[in-house]
Design a protein around this ligand. Sequence first.
Ligand code: PMV
Length: 361
Amino acid sequence: MTENDFVPKTLSSDVSDGLVTWKAPSNIALVKYWGKLPDQIPANASVSFTLQVSATTTTLTYRKLEKESKDFSFDIFLDDKPKPDFAPKIQTFLSRIEKYLPFLKTYHLEIRTTNSFPHSSGIASSASGMAALALCLMEIEKAKNPEITKLYFDRKASFLARLGSGSACRSIDGELVQWGKHKGLNSGTDLYGIPYPHKTHPVFTDYQDTILLVHQGQKQVSSTVGHALMEGHIYADQRFRQAAHNLERLKQIFEEGDLKSFIEVVESEALTLHAMMMTSIPYFVLMKPNTLRIIEHIWEFRKRTGLHPCFTLDAGANVHLLYPNEERKEILAFIKDELLDFCEEGKYIEDQIGQGATKLA
Ligand code: PMV
């Protein structure tokens, strides 16, 4: 498919109003997307686990205006309180997607959103938030053209979410999602996320993710700034080649359920993401001392027990601890006994791989 396939051809004009609610999950990348080209095209393909507990629920109420407004007409609420500081981001998003939803200025949009994870827990809500909003907006298109298929609906929701925040395109489907064209694997597209198209071993279907909240609060570097740091970065080309190679390695790892190699690829990806930020100009250290303490404990625990917890990181200090469900009991005990001291106020989120977004109303 191309961008033009997402420009609607026929739309009924007699849809006056409606209310829809979608819940979209967050996702955690195993092979990271870091660096982009214009129009939110990723510099390399990535793959992620869709989460289940960490999610955004958005209710969109739309009402036809008497006449098309000059600018977008919307109100945005977080936890039922007006959130004017979200408006510029929504405004940019709506203007990027207007070409694909050409009716947007003919409605007033009331957007009410809540996150399942605590606000400013250091967990980015942009992926789940943009995905939930894109799904809600797609419901207007569906009301105007009930003929569209579920496949088109999901792909276009992912395509639109990508224009809001790149990684948001991986928050529509479950359980493993690939975004970006990979020539060697002959799979994926840069335009939207797709359910991982290669074989996966059953061990990955109920993988666990305990998110250890090391540092709550605003991220030090926004992802917009972070991606821009890859432009002209001295290691950029090598990094993009490494990501492609890691995705290729994961194909066999996913197929065979090879946990030892899985750990190697996933931890290396996390550390490389941070290495890119430490070696850019300007440079940043986004880990905290407790991030490193947790990593050391994980390595030591793995050596001692032969079990398979592994870490990954976002562009921040929190640690995602990934492990197979069959090791849950031992690893949860390890987390409680040895890791919670390193979390701010002892906070963590017990999450796991999820099935993707759901429509609630
Ligand atoms: O979607 P963005 O622009 O916020 O970028 C996300 C980048 C990482 O979370 C660090 C990696 C990824 O692939 O999700």
